[in-house]
Design a protein around this ligand. Structure first.
Ligand code: FPP
Length: 245
């Protein structure tokens, strides 16, 4: 674990100051598998299982929004078999979620261009989003065929279309935000990136303007609920100034 030279944060989670929204880059599945002499796809399967564990933990802690990076607009460059495995895991997860989300009161949304996904996946996504409209609760956002730049470009195009034949009102950060996948939800307070890379990789570019970052060397399949707690404790020790003093 790395804390940029700072000692491992000690203490306990302050439940009065929880981050409302945590965003997670589930990185390191391939390396996790390679170290064990397994195919990369095995890493994704364990990674998907870990996502379930961490999402449940977030819900139990009282985190209101969890956004995870499952497949980026750039991930299509991967071998076909690996893409198929990831899509299969997502399909399986959505099927399970449909049967449980009402009971668990978990809302789900997919951020990304879903139009190019399989008909089966698109139908599952539509179903989960329809169920989600029926109740209030914890919200899990799955970024699928998602890219931050792509999201911003799409928002610009949709805005231009909306006002093609009428006078556009003044564009503000707030009104622009309504054109993003994340419309109506708060920006992430905390962005977590396991597996040691120190980059954003086109994840939530607009929304993470003032997010706190937590990076760790742990590969995603090994990322535990205890480490998530550590990330929250570290977050609670930061001084968020939003450009002020
Ligand atoms: C990054 O690790 C991981 C991905 C691109 C895929 C993430 C997908 C899942 C965890 C499975 C499906 C998700 C859900 C929500 C059920 P990497 O492959 O880039 O790892 P590496 O950097 O070690 O090669």
């Amino acid at each position: 674990m790395r804390f940029f030279g700072k000692p491992k944060p000690a203490g306990e989670i302050d439940f009065n100051r929880l981050p409302r929204h945590i965003a997670l880059i589930m990185d390191g599945n391939g390396r996790w598998a390679k170290r064990r002499g397994l195919p990369r796809t095995a890493g994704h399967a364990v990674g998907a299982e870990n996502f379930r564990k961490i999402a449940t933990h977030c819900k139990n802690l009282g985190i209101e929004y969890l956004t995870v990076y499952a497949f980026s607009t750039e991930n299509w460059k991967r071998p076909a078999g690996e893409i198929e495995t990831i899509m299969g895991l997502l399909e399986r997860y959505l099927k399970e979620a449909i049967s449980q989300m009402e009971r668990d009161r978990v809302k789900m949304k997919v951020f990304g261009d879903t139009s190019v996904l399989s008909a089966e996946l698109q139908a599952l996504i539509a179903k989960t989003e329809e169920i989600s409209q029926r109740f209030e609760g914890v919200q899990v956002n799955i970024c699928l065929n998602y890219g931050g730049r792509d999201e911003i470009l799409r928002a610009v195009k949709r805005y231009a279309e909306d006002y093609a034949n009428s006078m556009a009102p003044e564009l503000t950060e707030e009104s622009f935000g309504r054109y993003l996948y994340s419309a109506d939800i708060p920006d992430p307070d905390l962005v977590i990136r396991p597996s040691g890379e120190l980059r954003l990789s086109n994840f939530l570019l607009w929304q993470s303007a003032y997010s706190e970052f937590y990076v760790s060397d742990t590969l995603w399949p090994d990322f535990t609920t205890q480490e998530l707690d550590q990330a929250i404790i570290a977050f609670q020790q930061r001084d968020r100034r939003y450009g002020g003093v």
